[in-house]
Write a protein that binds this ligand. Structure first.
Ligand code: NAP
Length: 538
């Protein structure tokens, strides 16, 4: 290690970008391997998603007992989750506990954004530059910079002209934001908006929700966990963790066996009611085998959800506006809500359907749609992210021959297994584009990637290799496979962030592997077992 007097090392064995759930685990594993490692984190504290998304109502949509690290049986036994779905503050406390328990903090540099990474082909090291003026070199770089971590520009004219406070759900301030008695606008009705709206509705004087595309939202039925449940779960954790690792989506669930179209209407309704009652994000989708591949089958589930909206929302025109009709159920990530639809029965809550009256501009006073200007004290943007690629292409990553990742990915990301991109040796991504990532329980996918990367680095060091790079052929074959799998589903029918469709000008490429985390893990393991097939080690 090359250390400047009184400063952190400027030459280390590995650099990790991001101190969220992925970066922290990667740091832990590299430290275990004996590598000097530095983590750079743009935020003023660790936690990643759970540090930034501290808006009222922020909560995980995967059950707490599943959405947690599995690598330490002791950690599983000592940490106690309080609710079926943990809220953001509790998950952040867990992350801090993990950082302290495994002694990770001293290796993390906060408030420091990595702006540039340049590969030195002669020395086979990456040189990283930061916005604080530091340069650090290391043979290995792991981008653990998140899938939904770069907020997208809301793209509303005049957004900067608003005179009152404006917030983005993913950049919610640390200090208390008191909106009591205020007139508040929320723009966006994805998972963030759907969680925020019912909580804000109870606090503010007037809440106006600007909706462009209605979401399918399913009830979370969140509740405190009982002591008996926790004890039972802890007793079975080893088997549960093993089952998670073998599962298709990273959660232990029963998979369906028959088609929706083979069932009678009564059978379908009964299955959908059970899915709705389950309070699990994938509960309804797992009612039948064909909901994500057959439009007619999907329509039966979509109809069921629309029926539920009609039964909850008392004003029929509001209910109608809330019913999604333009994309199949499940092809955008469904939302898990607590009281979202019922919030519209509160006379203080108004829905503005932007399909009827589009936003023309944000003004100093509020929001002007095609029919009127509405005045607000505060505006909240719940407008989403430049997903999967945004955090990677926002860094100037320069690989072999001076090529940049940004240019290489101009027509969509090209990766081998979502782990590496050819021409950018020794640079790995955790849950990168074209891996199962966002279609799974992220914790399981994060652990799988981190463990694969760690084993790969150990293999390189043990074998005296200084460089690993994917072959362009392996990368092309993987990209074609990912696209072919996605094309067999209904996913491409939605203008979703899975496809980059939410960011104007972004290439329309399906960004995740739909084949399942189980199948994907087998492929990654086989690649390593077969001497890193599809890679060149030198
Ligand atoms: P999102 O799903 O991309 O939703 C953004 C919303 O903003 C959409 O309704 C979108 O409408 C709207 N929007 C964007 N730009 C707009 C504009 N200029 N004018 C009007 N409306 C606009 O983003 P998100 O809700 O932050 O969620 C992103 C993902 O993060 C989720 O799918 C999930 O994976 C994750 N997340 C998870 C949780 C959880 O665990 N519970 C919570 C929050 C987020 P269009 O659909 O028409 O573009």
């Amino acid at each position: 290690m090359d250390t400047l007097p009184g400063s952190a090392p400027r030459r280390v064995d590995a650099i990790v970008v991001g101190a969220g759930l992925a970066g922290l685990y990667q740091l832990h594993r590299l430290r275990e391997l004996g590598l000097s490692t530095r983590v750079f984190e743009a935020g003023d504290d660790i936690g990643g998603t759970w540090h930034w998304n501290r808006y009222p109502g922020a909560r995980c949509d995967i059950e707490s007992l599943s959405y947690s690290y599995s690598f330490s049986p002791e950690l599983d036994q000592e940490w106690v989750w309080s609710e079926k779905y943990a809220g953001q503050p509790e998950i952040l406390r867990y992350i801090h506990h993990v950082a302290d328990r495994f002694g990770l903090r001293e290796h993390i540099t906060l408030r420091t954004r990595v702006t540039r990474a340049v590969y030195d082909e002669g020395d086979r090291v990456w040189e990283i530059s930061t916005d604080t003026g530091e340069t650090v070199t290391a043979p290995y770089v792991v981008m653990a910079s998140g899938c939904n971590s770069t907020p997208k520009d809301p793209g509303v004219p005049g957004a900067d002209s608003f005179a009152g406070p404006a917030y983005h759900t993913a950049r919610w301030p640390r200090e208390d934001v008191d909106l009591t008695g205020r007139r508040v606008a929320v723009i966006g009705t994805g998972s963030s908006g759907v969680q925020l709206v019912p909580v804000l509705a109870g606090r503010v004087a007037e809440l106006t929700v600007f909706q462009r595309t209605p979401a399918y939202a399913l009830p979370a039925h969140n509740r405190p966990l009982t002591e008996a449940e926790i004890a039972e779960h802890k007793a079975g954790y080893p088997e549960f963790r093993a089952a998670q690792r073998r599962s298709k989506g990273g959660s232990v669930v029963t998979m369906p066996t028959r088609s929706a179209l083979e069932a009678t209407e009564e059978e379908r309704t009964a299955a959908y009611e059970a899915g709705w009652r389950s309070g699990v994000l994938s509960g309804l989708l797992r009612s039948f085998t064909d909901l994500l591949v057959d439009r007619a089958a999907n329509e039966t589930a979509a109809d069921f959800v629309r029926g539920k909206i009609a039964s909850i929302v008392t004003d029929s025109s509001t209910a109608e506006a809330l019913m999604p009709r333009t994309f199949p159920f499940g092809t955008k990530r469904p939302c898990l809500d607590t009281g979202y639809y019922a919030a519209y029965n509160d006379p203080r809550v108004t829905l503005v359907d932007l399909n009827r009256t589009p936003i023309e501009e944000i003004t100093p006073k509020g929001v002007r749609t095609s029919d009127q200007e509405r005045v607000f004290d505060a505006i909240v943007f719940a407008t989403g992210f430049d997903a999967l690629t945004g955090a990677l292409t926002s860094v100037e990553i320069v690989g072999k021959g001076g090529a940049t990742l940004r240019e290489k990915w101009a027509d969509g990301p090209r990766t081998y297994l979502g782990l590496v991109s050819a021409g950018f040796p020794n640079l790995f991504t955790v849950t990168g584009p074209l891996s199962p990532s966002v279609l799974t329980n992220m914790m399981v996918s994060i652990e799988q990637h981190v463990e694969w990367i760690t084993d790969c680095v150990a293999h390189l060091r043990a074998g005296g290799f200084t460089e690993i790079d994917a072959t362009p052929e392996a990368e092309e074959e993987w990209g074609a496979h990912v696209a072919e799998m996605a094309a067999q589903t209904l996913y491409p029918a939605a203008d979703s962030w899975y496809l980059g469709a939410n960011v104007p000008g972004k290439a329309r490429v399906f960004l995740a592997y739909v084949g399942g985390a189980d199948r994907y893990r087998e492929r990654c393991d086989a690649v390593a077992r077969d001497g890193y097939e599809g890679f060149v080690l030198s």
